[in-house]
Design a protein around this ligand. Structure first.
Ligand SMILES: *[C@@H]1O[C@H](CO)[C@@H](O)[C@H](O)[C@H]1NC(C)=O
Length: 502
């Protein structure tokens, strides 16, 4: 039986392993032998159309290779990445994108509240593009009227023009007198790539980053997949409004050090995804102090910097590190245009670092993930249109706030409360009293029921490593105002049927 084991990957038949694989192999072998005998020895084998350099290589020999060496291997990393998703975050996204709700075309489809898209100002982008199409293809300036600026090689870490335009956009987004230095920027094809590049630059395989929870589910892919670093959760709790504390950070640091894992940094998301809260200036100072004491880095994901719509102001770590006597070398920011300007398909992200060594390495690494030149030209054109940008930022904030108010009020009518936050594209909903049993299992049961019965996809807190079960992330910026009513009806249907079941 042992001899047959390597064939298991070839033959699917169960029980009939011998019939299903050995017999066809034997028949094939004899057929080859027969054909070989019939062919005269001087008869060359037919010319191969493949580029193989081994004319003698026939299917027969590759089969016998298979018999002796087992199936063709791919890397173990790729093997583990290729496995089907078992995270409810990705399963839910797939379900909703495979059967998307549409008021008229597919009214029974799944409403997507799991994907972090902001479609609320898509009309403004459409309008701008239709009015400026010629400019962005040809370039705005007279000297640009040639294909040479986009068909030839461009610097892989981004053109100076786009970096300057990004610096302007970021200052405008923050809305205060904060300036960004274009020479400290490295542009990448999306923030995913920016985060991975940073991770690669700061940590070796087996090193770790401390990450406050709940955190964005894809950090587990973006940070870990190819670099082999570890993420250590630092749990934030509802009693503290999910605000990070230095003592929790210190505790996680001590515990990780005990098992001899090197910690290389803290990964912050500010404004926070999924909770939507902000780190105060005081907290940022404390974090910088902590990082200095432990001699580690701080990576701050500020992708929602412009999606703020309350009284509280957003403070970038760039401002704090600039105003005080902190060591800037350990501070790195990622930013992009997928949220604050709804262009996730355009794939533009950025590393903003104060560390020359990190910048030098990251610039070289962008050869794997550079932004295409036509894309850069489009963005220079769009970001330099100050009137459009100012209007976009203001309208966007107002529309997110209105949608949030509507959505949160709808949930409140159902007895579901959200944490008090006025940033990012989500609300963080407390459904602890709606889960059938207190624990991750109960949370996933509710999530599944909302998906399959209610036909709405939310992100369960466990997918974000939240330590308390029963919290859900709802992205409301994918909706039309009319959809909010449908969402609430669907939640009511699920919650109602649960109570009637006991
Ligand atoms: C972590 O370790 C340091 C140094 O040993 C100690 O001073 C500190 O109190 C510890 N922190 C926690 C939260 O256990």
């Amino acid at each position: 039986m042992r001899l047959v084991v390597p064939l298991q990957g070839v033959a699917q038949g169960r029980g009939g392993l011998l019939l299903g694989s050995l017999i066809p192999c034997a028949l094939f072998y004899f057929l080859q032998l027969y054909l070989k005998r019939r062919r005269s020895p001087s008869d060359p084998s037919p010319p191969s159309t493949s580029s193989s350099n081994q004319p003698g290589m026939t299917r027969h020999s590759s089969l016998s290779n298979l018999l002796s060496r087992g199936p063709l291997r791919i890397s173990s990393l790729a093997t583990s990445i290729a496995k089907p998703d078992d995270s409810p975050y990705y399963m839910g996204l797939d379900r909703a994108s495979g059967d998307p709700y549409h008021r008229i075309a597919n009214p029974d489809g799944v409403i997507q509240l799991g994907l972090s898209e902001n479609r609320l100002c898509f009309d403004l982008i459409e309008k701008w593009t239709s009015e400026n199409l010629r400019d962005w293809v040809m370039g705005r300036e007279v000297g640009d009227l040639s294909i040479s600026g986009i068909a030839t090689y461009q610097p892989s870490d981004g053109t100076m023009k786009l970096k300057m335009a990004m610096a302007g956009f970021m200052s405008r987004v923050i809305g205060r007198d904060v300036s960004y230095e274009p020479s400290q920027m490295v542009l990448t094809a999306g923030v995913t790539s920016a985060i991975e590049t940073l991770c690669f630059c700061l940590a070796d395989h087996g090193n770790a980053f401390l990450v406050p929870t709940p955190y964005y589910p894809s950090f587990d892919r973006d940070m870990k997949w190819r670099t082999g670093v570890e993420l250590i959760p630092v749990h934030c709790r509802s009693k503290d409004n999910f605000v990070l504390s230095i003592s929790a950070l210190d505790q996680a640091f001590n515990q990780t050090r005990k098992r001899e894992t090197k910690i290389r940094g803290i990964l912050l998301s500010n404004p926070a995804n999924p909770v939507g809260n902000l780190l105060s200036r005081k907290m940022l100072e404390a974090l910088l102090k902590f990082a200095e004491e432990k001699n580690i880095h701080i990576v701050s994901d500020e992708i929602f910097a412009g999606s703020i719509y309350g009284e509280k102001e957003f403070v970038s770590i760039a401002e704090v590190v600039g105003s005080e006597d902190f060591d800037k070398n350990r501070v790195h920011i990622v930013y992009g245009l997928s949220k604050d300007l709804f262009l996730p398909g355009v794939r533009v992200g950025m590393i903003y670092s104060f560390n020359e060594n990190v910048l030098a390495a990251a610039r070289k690494l962008t050869r794997f993930s550079s932004v295409s030149a036509p894309t850069q030209r489009l963005l220079v054109s769009m970001l330099s249109d100050t009137r459009f940008i100012v209007e976009y930022i203001q309208t966007n904030k107002k529309r997110i706030r209105d949608m949030r108010d509507l959505f949160v009020a709808g949930l409140e009518e159902l007895g579901i409360k959200c944490t008090d936050s006025r940033s990012s594209l989500y609300c963080w909903a407390d459904m602890r009293n709606l889960i059938p049993t207190y624990g991750e299992k109960g949370e996933l049961e509710l999530w599944e029921k909302l998906l399959n019965v209610g036909k709405i996809n939310l992100t369960p807190g466990s997918a974000c490593h939240c330590i308390e079960p029963g919290w859900f992330r709802c992205c409301f910026t994918t909706l039309d105002k009319d959809d909010v009513r449908v969402v609430m009806e669907r939640i009511r249907k699920v919650v109602g049927s649960r109570t009637s079941c006991g």
